[in-house]
Design a protein around this ligand. Structure first.
Ligand code: NAD
Length: 409
């Protein structure tokens, strides 16, 4: 099974509850537009580097396409399709006036110089500039991309279309970005985790966690949870993992990361593996790296009570079924990590208004939107006796479907 098929499997579980007809199903799952472009640049060595870039625009019935750009060796058309579809459901679930899109370039940013990354970004923007824009499609950071990449996109886009900072979100704060955007996804993961624990009559303080991935999302999630009193027993990145039964000192880990950029070698815990992290006894497990982490075999070995999907698509359908059967509560990606696109929306609004909001306002509004979406999903799941994922998809599909009906064919 590939990623897009997995996303459609989750869609279909909700579509069944909603009794969607097959032609409406096809209308809603089929991407609106897909582009594949060659991104050829001069490498530092003087040789030509050939890369392939993708942008999938899934649905725009509710507003402009919106979604991240990923730079990773696994990026391909199918992954972009799956992630674009998830963005359609995510923006609808948290009621943003957007549709869904996703894209990226198949490359390994760890093996590229800053100059090469800039040339890839500018060439990719040159190839897709007429498809993106503040009222068409607004990219944002995802795995392997950051505020600097977004700043290059804004600058390159301006060469063709003029000054439009709202053409991309997740920019540096001093370059038309928003306060709170960098931390927004992790902040949101922590808020949603707090809410789900509250439903189980528990609190973040004293609860044990394991977090896979210590990039943008994983690190900000860890910082926020630690500030709420969480006991984070294990954290990993692409190179390995660390474990401390007393809880990892996140501030100390950040000091280590600032120097070595890898978790391995951190003295505040014992070295362990990603595999062990995923199956260790903790209350809450937070995948915050790649998609497709849990297959059936791993799902059987998981010992956590709750899984909060900070990453997009970390659980394959067969694993999802096992978690449901085992009573392991899964908070789905389209809810858990929606904080990022919520603050991207705030950045877009600020750019269009040429006005800045303070951080307190951003965090307050982000929290309000997430808590309200969580409550809606939780209540629907209880009422219909379905999983949180199916309830979240039901809410989102109903909104997108309604927009198609109101807009007309
Ligand atoms: P990032 O590139 O900043 O960080 C990725 C992290 O995952 C790094 O620590 C990397 O070392 C680690 N990693 C990579 N391969 C791994 C492996 N095999 N095992 C363990 N760790 C591994 O990316 P990010 O922006 O933090 O995105 C992480 C996830 O969150 C992705 O699934 C992304 O789609 C999702 N997401 C990101 C945002 C956002 O605002 N950045 C918003 C919503 C969802």
């Amino acid at each position: 099974m590939q990623a897009f098929e997995a996303t459609n499997h989750f869609f279909d579980q909700a579509a069944k509850e909603l009794e969607l007809t097959s032609n409406v199903r096809t209308l809603l799952i089929t991407p609106d537009r897909e582009v594949r472009v060659e991104v050829a640049i001069e490498m530092d060595s003087g040789k030509i580097g050939n890369f392939i870039g993708y942008r999938v625009q899934h649905d725009n019935a509710r507003g402009p396409f919106k979604g991240g750009l990923r730079y990773h060796p696994m990026v391909d058309q199918d992954e972009a399709r799956s992630l674009a579809s998830l963005m359609t459901w995510k923006t609808a679930l948290v009621d943003l006036p957007y549709g869904g899109a996703k894209g990226g370039v198949n490359c390994d940013p760890n093996k590229l110089s800053k100059g090469e990354l800039e040339r890839i970004t500018r060439k990719f923007t040159e190839k897709i500039h007429d498809l993106i824009g503040p009222q068409k499609d607004i990219p944002a950071p995802d795995m392997g991309t950051d505020a600097q990449v977004m700043a290059w996109i804004m600058n390159e886009y301006a060469k063709y279309e003029g000054f439009h900072p709202a053409c991309v979100t997740g920019k540096p704060v001093e370059f038309h970005g928003s306060e709170g955007r960098e931390a927004a996804t992790g902040f949101g993961v922590a808020i949603v985790t707090r809410e789900v624990l509250a439903k189980l009559k528990s609190t973040v303080a004293g609860t044990t966690f394991a977090i896979q991935g210590y990039g943008n999302v994983g690190s900000h999630t860890a910082r926020r949870l630690a500030a709420m009193g969480a006991k984070i027993l294990s954290i990993s990145d692409a190179y390995g993992a660390v474990h401390n039964p007393e809880g990892i000192d996140i501030a100390e880990l950040d000091r280590h990361m600032a120097v070595s950029h890898k978790i391995v070698g951190f003295k505040g815990g014992d070295t362990t593996t990603n595999e062990q992290l995923l199956t260790m006894p903790v209350d809450v497990l937070i995948p915050a790296a790649l998609g497709g982490v849990f297959d059936a075999e791993r799902a059987k070995a998981v010992q956590a009570r709750i899984i909060v999907e900070a990453a997009n698509g970390p659980i394959w359908p067969e694993a999802d079924q096992i978690f449901n059967e085992r009573g392991i509560l899964v908070v789905p990606d389209i809810l858990a990590n929606a904080g990022g696109v919520i603050v991207s929306y705030f950045e877009w609004v600020q750019n269009l208004q040429h006005f800045r909001w303070p951080l307190e306002q951003i965090e307050r509004e982000e929290e309000r939107k997430l808590v309200s979406a969580f409550e809606d999903v939780y209540k629907l799941a209880q009422r219909k006796s379905v999983s949180l994922r199916t309830a979240a998809f039901m809410k989102a599909i109903a909104r997108v479907g309604r927009a198609h009906v109101l807009g007309g064919m």
